[in-house]
Design a protein around this ligand. Structure first.
Ligand code: NAG
Ligand code: NAG
Length: 347
């Protein structure tokens, strides 16, 4: 072993001596050249780095994921009837209470919604924007009467871009925010929605519910959608939800149930509903509305007293007492904080 090492040491020492330049002058020259080469490499790398930073700043959709350049975010809702005004107002208040980091934008149908209703939603924190109806395809034939206006929802894509929002969440006026959902704005996908829940044998369907949507506002997407409205084949009874399910069938991400906790879940799987309650971010009042029932005409603005009557009604609502209570709590908090401004809207 030692002999082997000795041989090795001798050989390497020989190499070492052979690599030493013959004259000291040559050594200095080599060092100088090496320094120049190193300096050049350093300069080129520095220029490339500066260029890289510059290019990544100039690109709107830069290479390093969207979350490194946060843009403006919005939460949208729509108002097609006066009867939903206090519903939308309470939703707005729930969004503010959850500290959602976004602008609140409400799109309303100009010829349907009264100035009183708009006064209420504004008092609650919404920025109101008038839009025109998107007529249902095929003259509205086969579409459930309550869904006829719903195609207008697609305007969130175009208005969202016009107002300069990069990411957005759409919430139906019959939803209530219970916890913050800011993470949806940084979602690295174009479109997200939650799987639907039905009362019939389907229970947990493969299609999604269009009451909560995470999306990227885009005029191009909007134009593309509108161009496909008449040609797309889907169950017309499902209106814009049916259309969106076909439009995004291959390019979407399923959001967890916590983002669209549909009351139907309580029937489909009560244990799941009880677990969901602990973390629920958005509850969707699909089967009962805490602020509306079929006795109220859609064009009639309800008063806070009427809403309290609907919400506290015994009988049918007993099964939903807790869920109605969540909404009522936010509603009373809204009335507490902004009741004077809201009451003034009825004058
Ligand atoms: C809120 O969003 C803006 C971008 O829209 C971002 O710059 C800001 O850091 C966010 N604030 C918080 C507290 O997350
Ligand atoms: C709607 O409002 C009008 C006028 O305020 C009232 O006469 C009518 O009874 C209301 N209809 C319903 C169904 O509430």
């Amino acid at each position: 072993m030692t002999r082997l090492f000795g041989v090795f040491r001798r050989i390497s020492r020989t190499d070492y001596y052979e690599q030493i330049p013959k004259s000291a002058q040559l050594g200095v020259e080599r060092k100088r050249r090496l320094l120049i080469v190193a300096a050049r490499i350093f300069a080129v790398l520095t220029i490339l780095l500066i260029l890289g930073i510059f290019v990544s700043y100039k690109r709107p959709d830069n290479l390093f994921s969207s979350s490194s350049s946060p843009g403006r975010s919005a939460v949208f809702t729509t108002l097609y009837t006066n009867a939903y005004a206090l519903g939308a107002a309470t939703l707005g208040h729930s969004i503010l209470r959850a500290n959602v980091n976004a602008s609140l934008v409400l799109l309303y149908l100009d010829d349907r919604v009264s100035s009183q209703a708009l006064c209420i939603t504004e008092a609650a924190g919404w920025e109101n924007h008038a839009v025109s109806l998107i007529s249902p395809p095929h003259g509205g034939e086969g579409i459930f009467y309550r869904f006829v206006d719903q195609y207008t929802k697609l305007r969130v894509w175009s208005v969202g871009e016009v107002l300069g929002f990069d990411s957005a969440v759409y919430l139906d006026a019959d939803t209530l925010v219970r916890r913050n959902f800011d993470e949806l704005f940084g979602m690295p996908w174009e479109f997200g929605a939650t799987t639907d829940v039905y009362l019939d044998d389907r229970k947990f369907a493969i299609t999604f519910n269009a009451g909560v949507l995470a999306f990227r506002p885009s005029m191009r997407t909007f134009d593309d959608m509108v161009g496909k409205l008449e040609k797309t084949d889907y169950p017309l009874g499902e209106a814009e939800q049916g259309f969106l399910n076909v439009y995004y069938r291959k390019d979407m991400v399923r959001l967890p149930y916590t983002y669209n906790a549909n009351l139907a879940t309580k029937y489909a799987d009560e244990g799941m509903w009880n677990e969901l309650k602990e973390t629920m971010k958005v509850v969707h009042y699909t089967l009962v509305k805490p602020f509306w029932n079929t006795d109220i005409a859609n064009d009639n603005l309800t008063t806070p007293e009427q809403v309290r009557g609907i919400n506290g009604a015994e009988g049918a609502n007993q099964w939903w007492r807790e869920e109605m209570g969540w909404w009522r709590e936010v509603f009373e908090d809204l009335m507490n904080e902004k009741g004077a401004a809201i009451q003034a809207c009825y004058q």
